[in-house]
Design a protein around this ligand. Structure first.
Ligand SMILES: Cc1cc2nc3c(=O)[nH]c(=O)nc-3n(C[C@H](O)[C@H](O)[C@H](O)COP(=O)(O)OP(=O)(O)OC[C@H]3O[C@@H](n4cnc5c(N)ncnc54)[C@H](O)[C@@H]3O)c2cc1C
Length: 430
């Protein structure tokens, strides 16, 4: 069986197949595994292509880590659910319930809207309870949904908008309320640990992609890095021919899991009436960018929390990389970095450093910086996305799709990628 793509989805699929005793051959066009969640070296520092944050509800990710001998408790820093947000010249906003029980959550929300008149505060609480407990009807935007649940602008700005951007990488005025509600429910209505925020203590590659590749080798899988698959053709005997980068080499396999991005999947999927619906669905999926700006400081203040929300500037989250062993570097995350017009202008690190110093004068200007912008970081999780995305079946028997875009109900995240991989492997084995 061939798996194309060694991102988190492809690696998860390959592991399941290999553990089920299948002969697996894995193709990856890059030199290292991990895809959109990978490590990189930047001026002597080991960083990632983008700062990643998980929540306790990412159970599939943690399960996969354990499968390859990585203990999530060791490699992930666990923070209680809560947010601290900072804005230049304003008092910090802290939304920190003692637990995710109804009463502590209600008290924390009540404190956050303390400046609103009492009737507004009461409507806010009733509306927030409705957001968790009453299912959305149809699929509206998050913004419309928040209004219909009586959430005041002040709370939208300080809580719901940052959360929506962090979770969906799509602004509330177009993001799908159904997916957002699903994530809120999984995080806040499950076990208490589901709401924990998890920050990697090691570079991303060591969380899963590198140990997964090592485990696949142990299980006898054939691994071809720097091997781009150029075309997939279905032979008359029902098997598949994969054409590799040099064009000359062909590999023949019984089944294929295509674990690449939606755009790459569309290019590789054989045309025909069997795949027409899947191709239409893939073409209908939009993309969103994320920029991670890494800033290097002579010394980061010790009091900097592992995660701070930022208001009123380009960046939305600040994370000192001392958490993952790089004491001089800080990461600033800019979600949905596309312009409303759809154009994309990479941000200058100097601008982010200046804005940050206005909020944290003790930081001063960064010594150096790098902006790493991923143009196709995630799906555009706009309204109606779930109805458009394909599942693991491509339409051709024996050819399956896996990725962060195939796991319905979730935004494109590591959890969705791993789940997509596991689902595709289950379909292939089934
Ligand atoms: C900057 C950034 C920040 C993010 N932040 C978070 C976060 O905080 N939390 C979170 O959970 N998620 C986050 N994500 C999303 C998460 O990284 C992705 O959802 C996930 O990595 C997608 O995995 P995948 O395996 O589905 O796809 P990919 O990672 O895209 O994997 C596809 C793989 O296929 C390979 N490939 C493509 N074409 C071919 C070919 N023809 N032949 C062979 N190989 C091929 C690619 O090189 C790649 O390795 C972030 C993503 C980015 C970019």
């Amino acid at each position: 069986m061939a798996v194309i793509g060694a991102g988190w989805a492809g690696l998860s699929a390959a592991l399941h197949l290999a553990e089920a005793g299948r002969a697996v051959v894995l193709f990856e066009s890059h030199a290292q595994p991990g895809g959109r969640g990978r490590s990189l070296d930047l001026h002597g520092a080991r960083l990632d292509n983008g700062q990643h944050i998980l929540v306790g509800a990412c159970r599939q990710v943690q399960e996969q880590m354990r499968r390859v001998g990585v203990d999530p408790a060791e490699v992930l820093l666990t923070l209680p659910f809560g947010l601290t947000l900072r804005e230049a010249g304003a008092a910090p906003i802290s939304i920190a319930p003692r637990s995710t029980g109804m009463l502590p959550m209600a008290q924390a929300l009540f404190r956050t809207v303390a400046r609103e008149p009492l009737p507004v505060r009461i409507r806010t609480l009733v509306g927030a309870a409705r957001m968790l407990h009453r299912s959305t009807v149809g699929d509206s935007t998050v913004q419309q949904w928040l209004r219909s649940c009586a959430q005041p602008e002040s709370l939208t700005r300080s809580l719901w908008e940052p959360l929506c951007l962090a979770v969906m990488n799509t602004p509330p005025d177009s993001a799908s309320a159904t997916i957002f509600q699903n994530v809120l429910r999984q995080t806040l209505l499950g076990e208490p640990e589901d709401a924990h925020l998890l920050i990697p203590r090691v570079p991303l590659g060591r969380l899963f992609p590198e140990p997964a590749l090592a485990r696949l080798k142990e299980l006898g899988a054939e691994i071809h890095m720097q091997s781009r698959v150029r075309a997939i053709t279905k032979a008359t005997d029902g098997r598949f021919h994969l054409t590799l980068r040099d064009g000359a080499a062909q590999v023949t396999v019984d089944q294929v899991i295509l674990a690449v991005s939606p755009r790459a999947a569309r290019r590789l999927l054989p045309e025909g009436h069997e795949t027409a619906d899947t191709c239409r669905r893939l073409e209908g999926l939009g993309k969103r960018s994320i920029c991670t700006v890494y800033l290097r400081y002579q010394r980061l203040p010790d009091h900097l929390p592992p995660l701070t929300g930022l208001l009123g500037q380009h960046g939305q989250w600040l994370l000192p990389r001392s958490v993952s062993g790089e004491p001089h570097w800080a990461a600033v995350v800019i979600s949905a970095a596309d312009q409303p017009s759809g154009e994309f202008h990479p941000i200058r690190w100097e601008t982010v450093s200046r804005e940050l110093a206005e909020t944290f004068p003790e930081l001063g200007p960064a010594e150096e910086g790098h902006a790493i912008c991923e143009r196709e970081a995630t799906l555009d999780a706009r309204t109606g996305t779930d109805a458009r995305r394909p599942g693991p079946e491509s339409g051709i028997p024996g050819l399956f799709l896996a990725g962060d875009y195939t796991a319905k109900g979730l935004p494109s995240t590591l959890e969705a990628a791993v789940l997509g991989g596991v689902q595709a492997a289950a379909s292939a084995i089934g």
